[in-house]
Design a binder for this molecule. Structure first.
Ligand code: ATP
Length: 459
């Protein structure tokens, strides 16, 4: 459900924080930027990889009913014809004739009237031309609402006709369904998971990494027996999606479900529910969950002429499985994790900005400091400890500025533990000070006990 509102102050704060702190940069900034595209910086890419790893662990590694795969971005265009994307993957756009600003027609109607008119081109035109004012310039001079394809077209040597950048990752799973059935011993119900880039020519890309034209999806196609009870499977996936958001730090009260009205469902869908997160611009779709019936496998079987069914050897039944599709945008999860973690606290007349990431996703797990930069013996010992820990954890060595400043820098990027080597370390007892990000409490731990200490804290 697309209903996010315009940027606000909190969002602006997060966008500039992400740039300043090396999480997310506007892409191609030296050339004036490029169409709401972003790069993940050094801490952003760690966060992203940690979230991917966690998702894969929860939904593939720890489940006997799941396998993974990784398909190409450029696929045979017949696949997108069969799935209906070439013809029907459209969004409605409308232009203000006065200021020439382009809008998603259903978004602007929703924003101005509260009505959800997605899919109703004629209705939206009537409402817009019936006197709605352009949010940009205040004029009331609209074009008709019309469809625009979200498919990105390109060309490929040796291939006639257009080739598309995939608009979703799911297509590759369906086109490899038979290979998976033939090569693995999967038993229904089973699922196939994939993480990868998807591309959509959005009419308006906005709200930072929430809506971009190039993004990353984490999708699952979960195949079930069409005669089996499916409601509890569906409910279970919804719960698992919410649980995952909470593992990344989202609070329960910041998540809500939105069930698509029956009248708006695609003809093949039995049920579609979005899990929305309370972003600074309002509750908006984070996850989607759809029961898609046998639409995908049947469409691809008809278009390719290859049977895409399943033989239940126990009951000797052959059928086309139904599919339940849990899907999520990785970039939206990253934004969720950052928004949920972002805290400003008053500490001794100072404002402390701290990202309270769950330890599992923190980009840097341990920061290691020599108390003084100009004491070679402290620096050497700190390097030794850094070398000992860095093979196990993402660590950072920092000897710049005073300890207080170094703590603040690590708080801002969400590092759970800071470790300081001082004179007691080398002259007395081989212990170090460990400072906890959340409580700001410090304790002394022996260097020989550090590995056990961090195994307990971070594993
Ligand atoms: P929306 O209504 O927000 O456009 P959608 O319903 O079209 O999303 P799906 O087709 O269900 O989205 O895509 C699956 C997931 O991919 C979404 O739940 C969302 O998390 C993510 N996603 C979709 N479009 C974008 C985008 N332009 N940028 C970033 N993530 C996206």
């Amino acid at each position: 459900m697309k209903k996010e509102k315009n940027n606000n102050e909190q969002m602006e704060k997060i966008v500039s924080f992400c740039k300043r702190k090396g999480f997310v940069f506007p892409a191609c900034e030296i050339y004036g930027g490029f169409a709401n595209a972003y790069s993940y910086g050094p801490y952003g890419v760690e966060l992203k990889n940690n979230i991917k790893k966690l998702w894969w662990k929860k939904f593939v590694q720890e489940r006997e009913d799941m396998v993974g795969m990784d398909g190409p971005i450029l696929l045979n265009s017949r696949l997108w014809e069969a799935s209906g994307h070439t013809e029907g993957f459209n969004d409605a756009m409308v232009d203000c004739k006065k200021c020439k600003k382009r809008f998603r027609a259903d978004h602007v109607v929703k924003e101005l009237t509260g009505k959800d008119m997605e899919g109703d081109l004629a209705g939206m035109t009537t409402v817009l031309q019936g006197g709605l004012k352009c949010p940009e310039c205040g004029a009331s001079d609209w074009t008709e609402a019309r469809n625009m394809s979200q498919m990105f077209k390109t060309e490929m040597n040796g291939i006639d006709g257009p080739v598309y950048l995939r608009p979703e990752t799911a297509g590759a799973i369906f086109s490899d369904y038979k290979n998976i059935i033939d090569s693995m011993r999967v038993k229904i119900p089973f699922g196939v998971a994939q993480i990868g880039k998807a591309f959509r020519n959005e009419i308006v890309a906005r709200n930072f990494i929430f809506r971009t034209r190039e993004f990353e999806q984490m999708e699952i196609e979960y195949f079930v027996d069409p005669e089996a009870e499916w409601e509890s499977v569906f409910e279970n996936w919804l719960t698992k999606q919410e649980e995952f958001a909470m593992e990344l730090g989202a609070k329960k009260e910041d998540l809500q479900r939105y069930e698509h009205p029956k009248a708006k469902l695609s003809h093949y869908s039995r049920k579609t529910v979005d899990v929305e997160y309370n972003f600074p611009f309002g509750f908006s779709e984070l996850f989607g969950l759809a029961h898609r019936g046998d639409f995908d496998l049947t469409s691809h079987a008809n278009a390719s002429g290859i049977k895409l069914d399943y033989l239940d050897a126990v009951n000797n039944r052959r059928f086309v499985p139904h599919v339940i599709e849990p899907t999520v945008g990785l970039d939206r999860l990253i934004l969720t994790a950052i928004c949920a973690a972002y805290n400003e606290e008053a500490v001794e007349d100072e404002l402390r900005t701290v990202l309270k990431f769950p330890y599992k996703i923190a980009p840097i797990k341990i920061a290691i400091f020599p108390l003084l930069k100009n004491k070679p013996e402290l620096v050497a010992k700190a390097k030794e400890v850094y070398d000992m820990l860095k093979s196990e954890y993402m660590c950072e060595f920092d000897d710049n500025g005073n300890i207080g400043k170094r703590y603040r820098r690590q708080d801002e990027i969400g590092t759970p533990f800071c470790l300081t080597i001082d004179f007691d370390t080398i002259e007395k007892d081989n212990t170090v000070t460990i400072r906890d990000r959340d409580t700001m409490q410090q304790e002394r731990i022996k260097i020989v006990d550090l590995k056990t200490y961090f195994t307990e804290k971070l594993s």
